[in-house]
Write a protein that binds this ligand. Structure first.
Ligand code: 13P
Ligand code: SF4
Length: 320
């Protein structure tokens, strides 16, 4: 039986939480987790955050090992910014539909067809696409960065057409959009959301800008995961409808036990159905094994890393 699949006999009976704590100390490791990770992983992480905060933590850490509980582009970002650290990702198959939608060769051809445009690119993309980009943005930094780009500068925005469309509507910037989507946020149903709103007429809706415009049209607040979390703390009333990956509600329920958080529904009307299948690949068992074996590791060829670092550095400078 394969111990790496987490079902193997060698892991039976292990206190995974205690073992992860022991290995974290032995390895001088830091565990970074995104808000979309399962609750158990969020609870043991040294830091839980959005894509921008996690990038900054990865850059600043003095740990020898970064165990990244998130998806591959996030762990690669950590390696780009901290090349001397060992970066492990519990499951290397933890990808992202936005990254998949934007192959580097097609993106390069798109850029070549628009030589007067700069490429403002969402962090949810491969290292190769970062290397082809001018400035990386996250959902919490995109507006700030866009405001610093001269109004007459033509822009390509990829790979998320919904985030790009939201930014274009909000700022009035006319950007060329790459046609990628997040399968998780794309799955929310407007009809079901309206039914839910009718059941909770005073509850505001907070939505991630990866949602399609027909969902954002019903939102009282639009922002990144950390933005949504902050909104939950200051919103009017005590019930919130949350249109993003439902694991973020773990942080809300912990911080605000007196409030009610309801996941926006998908087409079948079931709440909390929009679990990211990529984020869900990381488990306690795989995190334990990653710390034990220091594998699977993220490795990036140095020339490629330096090119990708350039666009990430610009994001960090422009949001300092
Ligand atoms: P943020 O945490 O930066 O809002 O990003 C959400 C996301 O889709 C991560 O995959
Ligand atoms: Fe990618 Fe969407 Fe999953 Fe985020 S939630 S990792 S954008 S598929």
């Amino acid at each position: 039986m394969d111990a790496r699949n987490g079902i193997g006999g060698s892991l039976t009976g292990l206190d995974l939480r205690a073992e992860i704590d022991r290995l974290r100390k032995e390895r001088n490791a830091v565990i970074l987790a995104h808000y979309y990770q399962q609750s158990e992983i969020q609870d043991l992480a040294d830091f839980v955050g959005d894509s921008l905060d996690l990038s900054r933590k990865a850059q600043a850490t003095d740990a020898d090992v970064i165990a990244f509980c998130g998806v591959k582009f996030m762990a690669e970002t950590a390696k780009i910014l901290s090349p001397d650290k060992i970066v492990v990702l519990p499951d290397l198959n933890a990808g992202c539909s936005l990254e998949d939608s934007c192959p580097a060769d097609k993106f390069a051809a798109f850029r070549a067809a628009h030589p007067d445009h700069i490429a403002l690119t969402y962090i949810n993309c491969s290292t190769e696409v970062k290397a082809l980009s001018d400035v990386i943005v996250t959902s919490s930094s995109a507006e700030r960065i866009l405001a610093q780009i001269p109004a007459d500068q033509p822009i390509i925005f990829g790979p998320d057409k919904h985030l790009g469309g939201y930014l274009a509507r909000k700022t009035g910037r006319d950007m060329l959009l790459w046609p990628g989507v997040c399968i998780v946020h794309e799955a929310f149903s407007e009809t079901e959301l309206l039914k839910l709103k009718a059941l909770h007429p005073t509850a505001p809706v907070a939505a991630h800008p990866e949602c399609p415009g027909y969902i954002l049209d019903h939102a009282d607040y639009v922002g990144s995961t950390s933005g949504i979390l902050n909104y939950a703390k200051t919103m009017p009333g005590d019930t919130l409808i949350v249109a993003t990956e439902p694991h973020i509600m773990h942080q809300m329920e912990k911080a605000m036990p007196g409030k009610t958080f309801i996941g926006a529904p998908g087409a079948d009307g079931v709440c909390n159905c929009n679990i990211c299948p990529y984020m869900a690949l990381n488990t306690m068992e795989k995190l334990y094994l990653a710390l034990r074996d220091l594998s699977p590791r993220i490795e990036i060829e140095e020339g490629l890393r330096l090119k990708a670092k350039h666009s990430l550095d610009r994001m960090l400078e422009m949001t300092a």
